[in-house]
Write a protein that binds this ligand. Structure first.
Ligand code: G3I
Length: 470
């Protein structure tokens, strides 16, 4: 899939492209089209269309290559920021087989609205796609080799998000067995976040978070802490508190000092601040921003003060895995932190990907390399790859499973090739329990805990790649 840095998708461009002739007549209302677009799973950047809108012209392409050339030309013709990618045929219920050039930008930035919208549908003039060659089947790995055994010689953690509730569920014993056998690093999916751990201003509830640390230590696993400051999943006393800026600083420092202080070096690292940026820079994220303009610095300084240098401190975000306007904004900010002497050790790249639409590995490698030049580590923190778009109702066929396996292995190889990439972590491991939904089959083990081709592909990649660091 061609993906080009796109110079300018301004409102004018969107308006020009979103002419009636591009719309499927029955989807003429922009909001509906936006919903449809999200439902089909093409929008990987946000749950609604506020940050990434599709604005596309029909390309009348005859093949993927033809589409890519036309899409690149369209992107190059416009000045500004954003990205363009050629998206394949829409095979959803309203799909008709046309290629479109998908231009991501902030066309209007209004939550829930998608001006410009998805304009690639047309009923007539169907051009079938050139078939994508199927990914070769994945050979099984040697029997008895687990992911963590295969990773051991590489100096890279192989991790998973873990759920305190499922870990303790006697009716679902395989969850803990597979999680502990396969992974050498874990992150509490929810249990250590501010909401669950700090339910009242003066009360902490350590039960869930402690249980994740305890179980991990019993299984000789490292714990990656997630997270100390976020604009989401906060307790109501914090969101509804109407606190002044000095009060918020005191709350943030107190929370971080208490949590990092409790776990000390039992936590290998913490996501100190989570998801603070959009494509234009720091995003409005109450209660923290804009009320406390330097809240990121405040958080990192507090974490280093109590944790010391042995607890690594990370900034973590999504849709900033490759070089794009959002990762540019993050890069600029962390570069500033390094220059100002604010303690930061690395950047977490979440990697919530989908087979239908994703970044290139070349661009991911460039992003990792520029962070390396700043002296920062990178962790792949929340990898999952939707096999089929959410809500599409389509099965994840054997062919798609092989394509998913190849993409997992390619991402792992990109991490192994980057000297500063120290952790490769999936956001859950079984399709039985995933925030995305079992139907999209995004993870390494199926809903019955059987390894999928993706698990074998990762093991093979680890076994067949010479370890270059310990
Ligand atoms: O614990 C309550 C439960 O008491 C209540 O009955 C139930 C009713 O909905 O909700 C439960 O809380 C849910 C929680 O997961 C635990 O299951 C929340 O509603 C739900 O919103 C929450 O979702 C989590 C989400 O973060 C919160 O924003 C997902 O499990 C978790 O996978 C997801 O993880 C995030 C990362 O932290 C950051 N990056 C993106 C990633 C995916 O969204």
């Amino acid at each position: 899939m061609a993906r080009t840095r796109f110079a300018a998708v301004l409102a004018a461009t969107c308006a020009a492209l979103a002419t009636a002739s591009f719309y499927d007549a029955s989807y003429s209302a922009p909001a509906q089209m936006c919903d449809k677009y999200v439902e089909l799973g093409y929008n990987e950047l946000s749950a609604s269309c506020q940050n990434a809108v599709a604005c596309s012209g029909l390309l009348n392409a005859t093949s993927l290559a033809d589409c890519e050339a036309k899409c690149d030309a369209q992107a190059a013709a416009a000045p500004g920021t954003g990205e363009a990618a050629c998206v394949g045929v829409d095979t959803g219920p309203r799909g008709n087989g046309n290629w479109g050039c998908y231009l991501k930008s902030r066309c209007d930035g209004k939550p829930g609205r998608c001006s410009g919208s998805w304009c690639g549908y047309r009923r007539e003039g169907v051009v079938p796609p050139s078939p994508t060659p199927p990914a070769p089947p994945v050979p099984p790995s040697p029997p008895g080799v687990t992911l963590r055994q295969a990773a051991a010689s590489h100096g890279v953690f192989i991790g998973t998000a873990t759920n305190a509730g499922y870990l303790a569920d006697p009716a679902d014993p395989k969850y803990k067995l597979v999680e502990q056998a396969q992974f050498d690093l874990v992150t509490a999916e929810n249990a250590c976040k501010v909401g669950p751990i700090h339910p009242e201003r003066d009360t902490y509830d350590w039960k869930g978070c402690d249980s994740v640390f305890d179980a991990a230590e019993m299984a000789n696993q490292t714990v990656r802490g997630h997270n100390l400051c976020w604009h989401t999943q906060n307790p109501s006393w914090l969101t509804n508190g109407n606190f002044t800026a000095p009060e918020l600083v005191a709350i943030l420092e107190e929370h971080i000092t208490t949590v990092v202080g409790r776990y000390g070096t039992r936590a290998y690292c913490w996501d100190v601040v989570n998801e603070a940026f959009d494509n234009n820079g720091l995003k409005t994220s109450p209660p923290w921003y804009p009320a406390v303009p330097d809240y990121i610095d405040v958080a990192f300084k507090a974490a280093r003060k109590v944790g010391g240098a042995k607890v690594k401190l990370f900034y973590n975000d999504y849709s900033a895995d490759a070089v794009n306007s959002k990762s540019d904004a993050i890069f600029k900010y962390v570069q500033g932190m390094v220059q100002r002497g604010i303690p930061i050790d690395g950047v977490g790249l979440q990697f919530h990907w989908s087979l239908a639409n994703h970044d290139t590995l070349e661009s991911v490698a460039s992003n990792m390399a520029r962070l390396d030049k700043l002296g920062l580590e990178v962790h792949i923190t929340e990898l999952d790859i939707k096999c089929t778009p959410k809500g599409s109702g389509k099965p994840c066929t054997p062919q798609l499973l092989n394509a998913q396996a190849k993409l997992y292995a390619d991402i792992l190889r990109t991490c192994l090739d980057a000297p500063n990439c120290k952790s490769f972590e999936v956001w859950g491991f079984t399709d039985r329990h995933t925030w995305i939904g079992t139907a999209s089959a995004p993870l390494l083990f199926d809903a019955d805990y059987n390894p999928k081709p993706a698990a074998f592909a990762l093991i093979n990649e680890l076994l067949n790649t010479t370890a270059t660091r310990v």
